[in-house]
Design a protein around this ligand. Sequence first.
Ligand code: FES
Ligand code: FE2
Length: 344
Amino acid sequence: MMTIPRDQWYVAAYSSEIGHELFSRTICGEPILFWRTRDEVVTAMPDRCVHRRFPLSQPPSRLVEDQVVCGYHGFTYDAGGRCVAVPGQARIPRTARLLPYAVVEQDSFVWVFIGDHAKADPSRIPRAPWLTSPDYTTVAGMEPLRARYSLLVDNLLDLSHETYLHGGHIGTPEVAATPITTEVDEDAGIVRVSRHIDDAECPPFYANSTGLQGRIARWQDIEYMPPCLYTLHSRIAPVGSVPAPDGADPDAFHVEVVYAITPETAHSTHDFWCVARDFALGDEGVSAFLAESNRTVVRQDVEALDVLEQVIAAEPAGYQELSINIDTGGLAARRMLQRLCGAS
Ligand code: FES
Ligand SMILES: [Fe+2]
């Protein structure tokens, strides 16, 4: 039974979500309070007063400059989680302290470390540089998923489902019909799944955003860095076009589809999604189209996975599912997640 890996970095929010007001989100079962200090630093601490557990994000709790005042009896904490005032006495108990979380803002995300603070090494946070690069334009969103995160990992590592679940949007018959190659880099902690389709129908998602007409070459190169970050390097080009030996690829359109897969609880997930493109930069019409199309596609996945969660909850213990070739990436990811669960 897989649980949630600890001692790991998870995306808690987009940087743009956290401002100078109290913000709460549950990550890996832990309710966390965030705010951006007057020095523009994101701070994170348990969203639970040490006194009688009142949520510090909930009114009438409030932020006064860089201190949060509990709305129940007034315990007051600074941005580092230290209690600086209690009601009715001058002495502040030594244990009146909220242990802050390690936080890093990177690539448009707020990353938080869940587990033993002493093990929080920011150099282990996987990168998604396209999301803040001037060479790309990005649209993004987040959908709540009422399903365990491992179902979303399965879903994203097997894109053959595009043909069926997303037919008419990003799916065409060639996706499911084309075999994949899977590669596991244990040292780097990356699962790679590739599918290169040399002659495919152009789905509306790409026809309407790139302007390409007719048949296309469609490459999908997935990199999953368990537990949280997933990238789909998507290459769309006229049939017959391949990158030059030096990597130049002027005829192609590149889309970096990034997901952050963050468990909210054992049975719910924050599904962060971003679509970064290297064409039609700044074209608001294309941005609006891609944002709406991707949101539609993500919701199709969410609806399916919400159903799966219910099916799993109702099934008898020991039910055996069946796996085939298309599942090799997902199975490799499960093994890696299992190891991370065991390691923490
Ligand atoms: S619960 Fe916060 S001050 Fe009492
Ligand atoms: Fe999907």
